[in-house]
Design a protein around this ligand. Structure first.
Ligand SMILES: [Cu+2]
Length: 131
């Protein structure tokens, strides 16, 4: 019995540590889901359309966010490209980004909500084909 008790105390501690590390990762916005879509697929050099959808944990659209994007290539020595997203439907944001070279791109999304909470999110557009 004593042994069981000690085990459950250890298990509880482990849980707390896990929860704590999760919280730290999402500290700024625990309640936000951001999904992205890139078209055309497969992507080509030139203009790509990036559609972002921001919702809270219950799937309610987050409206009125300001979203700016920065595209960088995976290799050094390139000038980044920038884009601003506009809200096309509640919680849906669209940006046109000009990909200037074939290869792998990394897109950083800087989102700020009307209540001034901020989130940085990053995704890749891999294998952009030459035009
Ligand atoms: Cu490049």
């Amino acid at each position: 019995m004593q042994f069981l008790k000690r085990n459950s105390v250890i298990a509880l501690c482990a849980c707390l540590v896990l929860v704590q590390s999760c919280r730290n990762q999402n500290e700024s916005l625990p309640d936000l889901t951001l999904t992205h879509e890139v078209s055309p697929q497969p992507p080509r050099v030139g203009q790509v359309t990036i559609t972002l959808r921001a919702t809270n944990a219950s799937g309610i659209p987050l409206t009125g966010a300001h979203i700016s994007l920065e595209g960088n290539m995976s290799h050094a020595g390139m000038v980044p490209v920038f884009a601003e997203a506009t809200e096309i439907a509640p919680g849906n944001y669209r940006a046109i980004m000009e990909l200037s070279m074939a290869g792998d791109w990394i897109v950083q999304v800087h989102l700020s909500l009307p209540d001034s909470r901020k989130l940085d999110h990053q995704f890749e557009i891999k294998g952009v084909a030459s035009a």
